[in-house]
Design a protein around this ligand. Structure first.
Ligand code: AMP
Length: 696
């Protein structure tokens, strides 16, 4: 594969120029027409190398210069990082061979793997057989493939690439036919410049044909799929009879359930909630048997409202916290969905349900929940990073019905073609907000590309930020949204929340004291902000002869599972954990939650506190707040007040001081460097700092 002929701009960013200008020939400067001189200048007989300020120089696109044609290319290339991040531009003769300008294809990263092949085998073969040289510049989600060589060679390589990714939907061709063929809008040179420097072009690429091919591949990819059945809901008479007013009152009294049809045009009637299990599952006796066996009394609010929606075959967004019964809200309809498909199970060639979830702990917990219900002998498997990859592959290929996976590991299996997702008809994105927080969006995107479009999709999330909305818009079709009020501490009233304002260095002493005073039946979950603090605190406790376990992302999976099991089974009664355990951790008998470090945001506080006071028990939370947490004080006060809890005076002071600080900051926004200008603002800040120099 070729390397680029690089020059560097004043920031050391590599730029490449069109043929016939600059470098070797020291030709007289030839300005591409349409490119303003003051913006881009090059060559001019100046010596090669790092340009100086007074020497004409190349510029990259990071300036956002007007008059440059095309967009910057993102990401690193495979050539050992010679392309440095954003802003890399390429010109016409990227390989320096004087050949035709490169054809640029934009391909989703998921498919780039297919083109490269193991150890680069496929791409080498491709280059050898076509005679083309291919460069790949990967971005975050997609990459640019640059094909160098003569027109024939380029076309040959392009056809071969299409064949390699046939079945993929992801080569994006220029939308504008009048655009210079072969050069997407990724060049920094104006079209005129490119035309004048490119020399005679041979047979133009038939973009229309290529576009048609893309559609053909897309159709081919999804043809021959078995028919899908999604609607299994027969509304019970008792449910249908409910008046709008009755339903309104029920929703208000049940965690303020709110339902919305997100279809933009032609809104559908929102189904009434079911109040009993029978109203949802009377036609599915095996489901009823399971419910009787586990002994649940009535559906939780999310279940009451979600089941009629999901059983009707609609996509659903459930905004609900862990602990609200959301897992069962999607699992039970999922069982029915899989069982009722027209194609028998053994002929589907793969799993029917996929649950994507952010952490291994949650994956294991969902699997445990899944295993509580015996339905048609459905087999489930948990696929997560850190687990035994070989065993997971064996299980996946030996035939399972439900895959519960973290996106990273599943994507790994998918890229290596070890799992076939074509048979999935019921997709769950569990805790979507958390998956986005953890940076899983690219993997989710790749995974979903391989799942049929007419599937049923359920998404749960504790919050509804922009990222989650984007995900919903991309991957759900006309969903209904069921929102169940946030874990309402005021309504639950089962957690007594205490807030203690302390100095950072007093925290450990507080913990030792707290543990010293623990009752034998107490079970304590101590939340810390960093993995290192978890290690440090738990080893300090160990050294004092106290049985403790710790849970954080740097621990081996086996150790994490063991820690959780020890805590669940009561072999240890103290667990020191990071926020890995703040959501989803379902241990019923935790009596105390201690926030050793205050969480990153107030939502996480609510999640943490919600680990206790579960299943009708009461619980206690103790939160240590230091002056570094003053930003969160106002929100914490709000939560405490809503829950009818005592608000310490120091916390109120802290909130007031922060508010004052914020106002001061707004008034003196820029920090002066040195003594000179802005001294007044600095003095203001100094005064303020003195003012803030308080102790608890
Ligand atoms: P989740 O929100 O899915 O994490 O559920 C938390 C816990 O609630 C799990 O232990 C479930 O077994 C339990 N659960 C689910 N549905 C019900 C129900 N209808 N009544 C009582 N508990 C339930």
């Amino acid at each position: 594969m070729s390397d680029w002929e690089d020059e560097y701009d004043e920031r050391g960013v590599a730029v490449t120029r069109p043929p016939g200008v600059g470098t070797g020939a020291r030709a007289a400067p030839t300005f591409p027409s349409g490119v303003p001189r003051e913006v881009v200048c090059f060559g001019g007989g100046a010596p090669r190398g790092k340009p100086s300020r007074d020497r004409p120089q190349w510029r990259d696109r990071r300036d956002g210069d007007a008059g440059l044609d095309g967009a910057a290319v993102r990401g690193d290339s495979r050539d050992g990082g010679r392309w440095r991040g954003e802003g890399r531009v390429f010109g016409v003769d990227g390989d320096g061979s004087g050949s035709r300008r490169p054809v640029s294809l934009r391909v989703e990263n998921a498919l780039i793997g297919r083109i490269i092949g193991r150890g680069g085998g496929k791409i080498r073969e491709l280059e050898e057989s076509s005679g083309a040289r291919i460069k790949i510049n990967r971005g975050e989600y997609e990459g640019d493939l640059l094909i160098f060589g003569s027109s024939d060679v380029q076309q040959k390589a392009q056809t071969m690439i299409e064949e390699l990714i046939s079945g993929g939907s992801s080569v994006s061709w220029p939308q504008n036919d009048s655009e210079s063929p072969g050069v997407k809008s990724t060049s920094c040179w104006s079209r005129t410049a490119l035309q004048s420097s490119a020399g005679p072009t041979s047979t133009p690429i038939d973009w229309n044909a290529l576009r048609e091919n893309r559609e053909k591949y897309e159709t081919m990819k999804w043809q021959d799929l078995p028919a899908l059945k999604k609607d299994f809901y027969i509304e019970a008479e008792s449910v249908a009879r409910r008046s709008a007013e009755e339903v309104r009152i029920w929703r208000k009294e049940n965690n303020n359930v709110f339902v919305d049809d997100l279809r933009e045009e032609g809104k559908r009637p929102v189904p009434n909630p079911v109040y009993t299990f029978e109203e949802a599952f009377v036609d599915f006796p095996e489901i009823m048997e399971n419910i009787v066996r586990v002994g649940f009394q009535k559906p939780t609010p999310i279940q009451s409202q979600a089941w009629p929606v999901v059983l009707s075959g609609l996509d659903l967004i459930g905004i609900a916290q862990t602990g609200t019964g959301k897992t069962l809200a999607y699992l039970l309809p999922g069982f029915i969905h899989m069982d009722q498909q027209p194609v028998p199970r053994d002929q589907r060639g793969g799993p029917g349900m996929l649950v994507l979830t952010p952490t291994r702990e949650l994956a294991l917990q969902i699997e445990a929940e899944c295993n509580k219900y015996r339905y048609k002998n459905f087999k489930s498997i948990c696929v997560y990073g850190g687990g035994d990859r070989r065993a997971q592959i064996k299980m996946v290929t030996s035939g399972v019905d439900i895959v519960i996976a973290t996106p990273g590991r599943l994507n790994d299996l998918q890229m290596n073609e070890l799992i076939n997702l074509r048979s999935i008809t019921y997709l769950v994105l569990d805790e979507a907000d958390r998956m986005l927080d953890m940076g899983f969006e690219p993997q989710i995107m790749k995974i979903i590309l391989d799942i049929r479009r007419d599937r049923q999709t359920i998404m749960t999330s504790a919050t509804w930020p922009t990222g989650v909305r984007r995900l919903a818009k991309s991957y759900l079709k006309d969903p209904m949204m069921v929102y169940v009020g946030t874990l309402d501490l005021a309504a639950v009233g089962t957690v007594q929340q205490t807030v203690l304002c302390v100095q950072e260095e007093e925290k450990k002493a507080y913990i030792f004291d707290f543990i010293h005073n623990m009752e034998p039946q107490d079970k304590v979950l101590i939340f810390v902000g960093k993995k290192i603090v978890a290690d440090d605190l738990s080893s300090d406790l160990c050294l004092r002869g106290i049985a403790v376990q710790s849970l954080h992302g740097d621990r081996e999976q086996r150790d994490r599972e063991e820690a959780l099991q020890d805590f669940k089974d009561g072999r240890v009664r103290i667990l020191v954990a990071t926020d890995l355990a703040s959501r989803g951790l379902d241990v019923h008998d935790i009596t105390h939650v201690v926030n050793y470090d205050f969480p990153r945001n107030i939502e996480e506080y609510v999640h943490r506190v919600g680990r206790t006071g579960r299943a009708g028990r009461s619980g206690t939370s103790v939160t240590l707040v230091t002056r570094g947490d003053w930003k969160m004080a106002a929100e914490l006060i709000h939560i405490l007040e809503r829950a009818g809890q005592e608000v310490p005076e120091e916390l109120v002071l802290m909130a007031e001081r922060y508010e004052k600080h914020r106002r001061e900051k707004d008034m003196f926004p820029t920090k002066p460097r040195g003594g000179g200008r802005g001294g007044g603002a600095q003095r203001g800040r100094d005064r303020f700092r003195d003012d803030c120099n308080w102790r608890f």
